[in-house]
Design a protein around this ligand. Structure first.
Ligand code: C5P
Length: 222
């Protein structure tokens, strides 16, 4: 097929979703947040106390996980078996367990399969950790985002403290560092930069500057 796939990978809280959403809006592509999918699976596993060390239990649980997206104006909502879990998947109890769940082979296979289906025939912007390497190795445009860890933690802290005034900067920083470590060192499709990915360090770029940069890379394919 000749649809366009833009793959955006990178560390946690690098601003991937911000730029992905802006690009999708500008280009009228569909935005798919794969991190939200791993978070939704994690939430299901937590709620149902799925034994993640038991492959058979994991596979059985995955059969009961149905993830769908629904867009409402500018907002993309994620539904877990029909329930809107968009807010809950951002909470710390999910964030501190997601990398462990995302490292499970059966979980990755199920998610990748669904992601590939979603990007089969329509123009998409997909962000995550393994999009340019595993999910869509033939994506026309691959961006790899990085940013200074302190700047990332500050940004994420500002988002989280609104809903959870108890949260500390240290807690947020540690969670990001741990997730980055787990995501880059896992056996099953670890976070690595694809050879043909373009690096985008957004530590000191405004959202508009990032958007212009990315649009310039995508334009030749549209
Ligand atoms: O992007 P976000 O930070 O919401 O992703 C949450 C977690 O999901 C990541 O820390 C990572 O462990 C996992 N993930 C992944 N592969 C993806 C997207 C996210 O392993 N494509």
């Amino acid at each position: 097929s000749n649809n366009i796939v833009v793959a955006i990978d990178g560390y946690s809280s690098c601003g991937k979703s911000t730029i992905a959403k802006a690009l999708a809006k500008k280009l009228h592509f569909v935005y798919i947040d794969t991190g939200a999918m791993y978070r939704a699976v994690t939430l299901y596993f937590l709620r149902n106390q799925v034994d993640t060390t038991d492959a058979a239990k994991v596979t059985e649980a995955l059969d009961n996980v149905h993830i769908t997206f629904r867009s409402e104006g500018e907002q993309a909502h994620i539904l877990l078996n029909g329930e809107d879990v968009s807010d809950e998947i951002r909470e710390m109890h999910v964030a501190s367990n997601v990398s462990k769940v995302a490292a499970i082979r059966e979980v990755r296979h199920a998610m990748v399969k669904q992601q590939q289906l979603m990007g089969k025939s329509i123009n998409i912007i997909m962000d995550g950790r393994d999009i340019g390497t595993t999910v869509f190795p033939d994506a026309q445009v691959k961006l790899f985002m990085t940013a200074d860890p302190k700047i990332r933690a500050e940004r994420r802290y500002k988002e989280l403290v609104v809903k959870n005034p108890e949260i500390t900067m240290e807690e947020v920083f540690d969670n990001l560092a741990l997730r980055d470590h787990d995501d880059t060192t896992r056996e099953e499709s670890p976070l690595v930069q694809a050879d043909d990915a373009i690096i985008l360090d957004n530590s000191h770029l405004t959202p508009d500057e990032q958007l212009d940069f990315a649009l310039g890379k995508i334009k030749p394919f549209t």
